[in-house]
Design a protein around this ligand. Structure first.
Ligand code: PAF
Length: 277
């Protein structure tokens, strides 16, 4: 496993890789969800590149970048047995050289949901992902369904900018009690950790209604709000039942839809989603 930080070293190494290259971009503090993306990339490609970079431009002014969990040594230990060829861990100076002023911005798709709550977040994501795509030149790139809007936005960007890259979306990995795996779960104390299962429970209850034939989006949104409302530690930011592709809120579910939510449990902001249909 080559652990590289310079862009020149990465490019030199990339030129030596023959065959298909799979990319897993991450911000580190890896959990089994990330590792499942790496294993899938390994199974489907000749070589795998993992990037680890905590991207400052996707954090808002009120989101504490300095507190984002980091542990490179642990990440490298977790990646070692998975047959990763290259780990690229660039510095902020490499990704954002002094005087930086070039951005990639996807329009309508970034307005609702996470985009409305975290202004500028997706501009940071699409800019850094474009730069990582340029630097690593993968054939396939792997992302988790847990960040459903990120996946929709990156797909759109890949199409719009003609990146010759297949975007592979992998299922959300969950703890035994249903909590979606996330680097942010580390912030939860014991009481909050228990309370955090309410996201999964509310999505499951809404899906039960859908499976029983309910197609009124308001009924599903209300069910999710009702379950979330039963948990005193949960502070709901948004609950959505939207079209899977456009992310526009629905009245009636006729095609593939996305149930999603952002909920504060204490000071920790968690997101989760289910795809319907
Ligand atoms: O999903 C993430 O961890 C990040 O948003 C990504 C895609 C690595 C870009 O910084």
């Amino acid at each position: 496993m080559n652990i590289l930080s310079s862009l020149l070293d990465l490019r030199t190494k990339r030129l030596s890789l023959d065959g298909k290259v799979g990319l897993v971009p991450t911000m580190g503090y890896l959990h089994p969800g990330h590792l499942s993306l790496v294993s899938r990339a390994k199974a489907e490609n000749d070589h795998v590149i993992v990037t680890i970079f905590v991207n400052p431009t996707q954090f808002g002014a009120n989101e504490d970048l300095s507190k984002y969990p980091r542990d490179l040594e642990r990440d490298l230990e977790l990646l070692k047995p998975l047959g990763v060829d290259v780990v690229w861990n660039p510095s902020a100076e490499i990704m954002y050289p002094s005087g930086y002023q070039t951005w990639v911005n996807v329009e309508a798709l970034t307005n609702p949901l996470e985009g409305a709550m975290r202004p500028g977040h997706f501009k940071g994501v699409t800019t850094i992902v474009s730069k990582i795509f340029n630097a690593t030149q993968p054939h396939k790139a792997y992302f988790g369904q847990k960040d459903a809007q990120q996946v929709a936005v990156i797909r759109r960007m890949t199409l719009d900018l003609n990146f010759p890259i297949e975007i592979v979306v992998c299922p959300t990995l969950r703890e035994d009690d249903g909590l979606a795996m996330s680097s942010r779960n580390k912030y939860l104390n014991d009481e909050e950790r228990k309370a955090a299962t309410v996201l999964f429970r509310s999505l499951s209850e809404a899906k039960k209604l859908f499976d029983a034939g309910e197609r009124d989006a308001d009924v599903l949104r209300n069910k999710m709000k009702e379950v979330l409302g039963s948990e005193p530690l949960a502070n709901v930011q948004y609950v959505s039942c939207a079209d899977y592709d456009s992310l526009e809120e629905l009245n009636l579910i006729e095609n593939k839809a996305l149930l999603s939510m952002a909920v504060f449990i204490g000071k920790t902001r968690l997101i989760d989603n289910f795809v319907l249909g």
